[in-house]
Design a protein around this ligand. Structure first.
Ligand code: SAM
Length: 155
């Protein structure tokens, strides 16, 4: 089950990038025996700064065919980590790949939001998109640990 995070913007060498690499490496190593992963990030960049419609076109092009489309959006559903793990396990069991989309400064274009299969909110506050990448990577790793039954996620 491939997991692709399609994210707007380029993340240079930074503490955020180190965290993301660390969480996704750990997820990819641990998830293999549970049919989870690999997880990778695809960055898209609208160099002309034409706004979210132009970004949406780039995102659409990067989306893997047939993957469940999940947007990260403050208007989405707030779910617990165990529920998120259950969702990932369900998509894995249904032999579905998953694509998560994180928007840029203006958010995700309404048409792309409307066609999402699911939308996750990390609360009503708006977070910087680079931090959302870190938070999502940690939740993907955490979900893998919950599915594997390790003590990482203490209830
Ligand atoms: C700076 S925010 C853009 C906010 C923008 N006002 C909007 O309407 O979406 C950039 C991206 O980070 C993600 N994001 C920010 N806050 C979030 C939250 N609370 N829950 C989930 N995703 C969030 C979304 O993918 C969003 O498109």
């Amino acid at each position: 089950m491939k997991i692709t995070v399609v994210a707007v913007g380029r993340l240079r060498k930074s503490p955020e990038l180190s965290l993301i690499d660390d969480y996704l490496d750990r997820f990819n190593k641990a998830g293999r025996s549970f049919g989870l992963g690999p997880a990778q990030i695809i960055e898209v960049e609208d160099k002309k700064n034409l706004g979210m419609e132009a970004e949406a076109a780039l995102i659409e092009r990067a989306l893997p065919t047939g993957a469940v489309l999940v947007t990260l959006d403050e208007r989405g559903e707030v779910i617990s980590s165990p529920d998120f793990a259950q969702k990932l396990a369900g998509w894995r069991d249904g032999a579905r790949d998953v694509a998560f989309v994180i928007g840029g400064a203006d958010g995700i274009a309404p048409a792309l939001r409307a066609r999402a299969d699911y939308s996750i909110s990390f609360g009503k506050m708006v977070w910087p998109h680079m931090l959302v990448r870190v938070m999502l990577s940690e939740q993907i790793y955490r979900a893998g640990q919950i599915i594997a039954g390790t003590p990482y996620h203490r209830v």
